[in-house]
Design a protein. Structure first.
Lengths: 74, 394, 363
């Protein structure tokens, strides 16, 4: 599964990078590479079913924490 | 690029997008279910098993192959009726339904279920615990009909269906055409859920029984059961049920028979239309209810030979009709007070038009309902004679 | 970056789709269920005020996107920081639409299908549309929003025989704080999310018409949502409060002569199309925003990795629908208030302060 993901990302990366290199879009290539690596990392996290925190749980915890701090006992 | 070519390219782009959108729809193949792999349930019965724990659920499952073949129930000794009755048990309704797969070769499919027949003993203990599943699950419709029966629900599902092939379908049709007598009050699952959510009115469910007809068991609708909250607390006979329907403004047709004043014999009127206006007022702790029912009807038949078509007679008959209808409403009201169940939805009227008063009285609504003064006004208009003016024999 | 142009009318339609987007099946403010349709109208009025305030920014810096305005007002470093904050906001909006969509499909239609099988084709489609650019998105949106509006209006006729107007009474039976709180909540979600549209404004071909276009968009979207909620209440009465997707469920009640029954396809189609546009627009804004933050000339290559990120956040947004409902009720208004009102107003305030300073420097 992870190998498949890497292959997909690599394929798309090469496809896009060809055009970017040809047009000498170096800055774009750098940002693109960065984002692709981030995307690959996140996909692998998803695929390997690591237990990650949920975004809205974090916000809710923050909210309850703040409320407790500001209005204790509310 | 020319404008023409540009437009063409844009069109192709849009088409591509559409095509991709279709991909999204197609991705649901995991849930593909074919009709021949499903057991289509038409009716469900819910009973308490003899041990008294959990639920016994019975199903009427259609046999699609037999549904359209002539002469179902043939004498070859084989059971060739167009449906199959199955029972299963479980601690909850959902588990009982799933347990049916021990017996059924196909998974039960509830989307076409038309009726749920609940045994009265179960209904006395509360309906929410049963009906929760049918609202939560995504298969059953919210429009399925709810009924009560004093017997084992299997008897109802198994009964002969008269003109229809499947009894559940027949029951569903019967309930939908309740207007011909207006002495049944059909209730859908959604309506039950709404009333139990709002808690501003109580409910009634129609009652179904079996009767013997030429050696075959058939079913018959007979009055209503009064549901308070989600528990069965009492009964209304057909006449009282119509008393209730008058107030709810749900009598669309039906017959009213009265004694002809000053003559020996009866006259039957057919109702063409009726409407009801209910006004609920709360002064301090006293609730006043004004019910105004308007009825339009025509003479359907008479058993006297007197000429009833004179304006004078019409007046008298209207008066008589008003009394009869008022009697029906009062009978229903007396029962409602006896069971302390606000089946008329006076609470709902108060909530809708004076929610402050409602909030003040809601905690003790049962008591306020019972002692509320109710003023019933019936206005009957008789304006049709049928095809003849007076009986042939004078 | 080549500048693509959309017409004010297309902008109106985009605002409508963006507002209707994820709210259409999963309404917020269910606490005020019975009065929600009135509250939507109030919230619409309130959000018009918000929109007016935000548009001040655009009038001060015509031809600039929100991110470019950030850099002008706060300077390159702090400005980019603010832009990054907004990137997270847009990411969460897009992910939210996607996650709600998956939840709906999983509970209602494709109960056995794995999440990813639903999400991946969706993301591929959205990435494709995003790469095609704003013009294509806007043009694609036109028939879809018209169809949605048409279907909602058609619904009025479909439910005529099952609606009970008494279910609507009493109007405003709630305590005033509840009404105000929910009005605020709805003016921030879905209406407040339109702050994202500030990223598109420079691409409208007639800038002087922008304000009218946005106002009409908000009015039309508010009207449609209010109508939908009106229908849901009049059909369901109080029952609707029970359901997770009430505006979806009431279509199950439709029964016209035993022929037209179970028309759940209508809301499903509406949500599918509106959610599609919303996610696509979010992705487009994210890609263009990234390009602006890093001073890039093309944004197209970024669509795919950012699409993957939307997918990731959508998968990690909430563990269960009950937590999402809790979030919408409690934390969402603050989250929205921060991004839709506080940050734009802060930018506006700072720009006024610095604006006078700049003028002094010039003279």
């Amino acid at each position: 599964m992870i190998i498949l993901l890497v292959l997909i990302f690599l394929g798309l990366f090469l496809y896009e990078a060809r055009g970017l290199v040809a047009g000498e879009y170096w800055r774009e290539l750098a940002v693109f590479t960065l984002l692709m690596l981030l995307g690959l990392f996140l996909s692998i996290l998803l695929a390997s079913e690591v237990d990650l925190p949920y975004v809205e749980s974090i916000w809710l915890d923050l909210y309850t924490g703040l409320r407790e701090g500001l209005v204790p006992g509310a | 690029m020319t404008g023409e070519g540009c437009r063409k390219r844009r069109l192709t782009k849009s088409l591509w997008l559409l095509l991709l959108l279709i991909v999204v729809f197609i991705s649901g193949c995991w849930d593909r279910r074919e009709l021949e792999n499903l057991a289509v349930v038409m009716g469900i019965g819910i009973n308490r098993p003899p041990e008294g724990e959990g639920y016994e659920v019975s199903y009427q499952i259609v046999r699609a192959a037999q549904l359209h073949s002539p002469g179902g129930g043939g004498g070859s000794g084989q059971d060739l009726r167009p449906f199959w009755i199955l029972r299963s048990r479980g601690p909850t309704v959902f588990e009982a339904i799933r347990n049916a797969t021990f017996q059924s070769s196909r998974k039960l499919f509830l989307s076409h279920c038309q009726v749920i027949v609940v045994n009265e003993a179960v209904a006395r203990e509360g309906l929410t615990s049963i009906l929760d599943f049918f609202t939560r699950d995504h298969e059953p419709r919210l429009t399925l009909w709810l009924l009560l029966t004093p017997e084992d629900p299997v008897q109802i599902l198994d009964a002969a269906a008269g003109l229809e092939r499947v009894s559940s379908q027949a029951i569903s049709d019967l309930l939908q055409f309740y207007q011909s007598t207006s002495k049944i009050r059909p209730v859908q699952l959604a309506e039950f859920v709404r009333l139990s959510m709002a808690r501003t009115a109580d409910n009634t469910f129609p009652i179904i029984k079996t009767t013997e007809n030429a050696g075959k068991k058939e079913f018959i609708l007979d009055g209503s059961g009064v549901i308070k909250g989600d528990k069965l607390v009492g009964y209304l006979d057909p006449r009282e049920t119509r008393g209730l329907l008058w107030v709810l403004g749900k009598v669309k047709s039906g017959l009213v028979t009265v004694e002809v004043p000053g003559e020996k014999g009866k006259a039957t009127f057919e109702i063409f239309n009726s409407s009801a206006a209910v006004k609920v007022q709360a002064n301090a702790d006293q609730v006043h209810v004004k019910i105004e029912v308007r009825v339009r009807s025509g003479l359907g038949t008479q058993t006297t030979t007197a000429d009833l078509s004179t304006p004078d007679q019409f007046k008298k008959l209207e008066k008589k009709q008003e009394e009869t209808i008022k009697g029906e409403i009062e009978a229903a009201l007396a029962k409602a007070r006896e069971y302390k169940a606000d089946i008329f939805g006076f609470g709902r009227h108060l909530y809708s038009y004076d929610h402050r008063a409602w909030r003040r009285l809601v905690a003790d609504w049962e008591r306020h309902f019972v002692v509320a003064t109710v003023e019933i006004k019936v206005k009957a208009v008789l304006d049709k004679l049928g095809l003849i003016t007076r009986p042939a024999l004078k | 970056m080549t500048k693509e142009q959309i017409s004010p009318r297309q902008l109106t339609f985009l605002v409508m789709s963006f507002t209707i987007g994820s709210w259409i099946v999963l309404p917020s403010g269910l606490e005020a269920w019975q009065n929600l349709w009135l509250i939507i109208l109030l919230a619409m009025g309130m959000s018009l005020v918000f929109a007016y305030l935000c548009l001040f920014l655009f009038r001060r810096y015509p031809g600039k996107t929100l991110f470019e305005i950030h850099e002008i007002v706060y300077g390159p470093v702090i400005g980019r920081l603010f832009s990054l904050l907004f990137m997270w906001f847009f990411l969460q909006i897009g992910a939210n639409a996607l996650a709600v969509f998956v939840t709906l499909l999983k509970t209602r239609v494709f109960t056995a299908t794995p999440d990813l099988a639903l999400v991946i084709p969706w993301v591929i489609t959205v990435v494709y549309g995003c790469r095609r650019g704003l013009e294509v998105i806007a043009r694609c949106n036109e028939p879809l929003i018209l169809a949605t509006a048409g279907l909602i209006l058609l619904s009025v006729f479909l439910v005529l025989n099952i609606m009970e107007l008494e279910n609507l009474y009493p109007f405003f039976n709630l305590p005033l704080p509840t009404v105000l709180w929910n009005t605020l909540g709805i003016s921030l979600f879905p209406f407040g999310q339109n702050v994202a549209i500030l990223m598109l404004l420079p691409q409208v071909n007639r800038p002087q018409k922008v304000r009218t276009a946005i106002f009409w968009g908000i009015l039309a979207a508010g009207g449609l949502l209010s109508l939908l909620q009106f229908l849901a209440v009049s059909v369901f009465g109080k029952t609707g409060e029970l359901f997770v997707f009430p505006t979806y469920e009431f279509y199950r009640m439709i029964n016209i002569g035993q022929v037209f029954t179970r028309l759940e396809l209508i809301p499903l189609l509406n949500f599918l199309t509106m959610g599609f546009i919303k996610i696509m627009l979010c992705l487009y804004i994210l890609a263009v925003g990234t390009a602006q933050i890093f001073n890039l000339r093309v944004y197209q290559p970024l669509a795919f990795p950012l699409g993957v990120m939307i997918l990731f956040v959508a998968q990690q947004l909430y563990p269960s629908i009950s937590l999402h409902l809790e979030y919408i009720k409690l934390a969402q208004p603050f989250f929205g208030l921060f991004f839709s009102l506080f940050l734009p107003l802060l930018t506006l305030g700072v720009s006024f302060l610095r604006g006078s300073a700049q003028r002094e420097m010039k003279s």
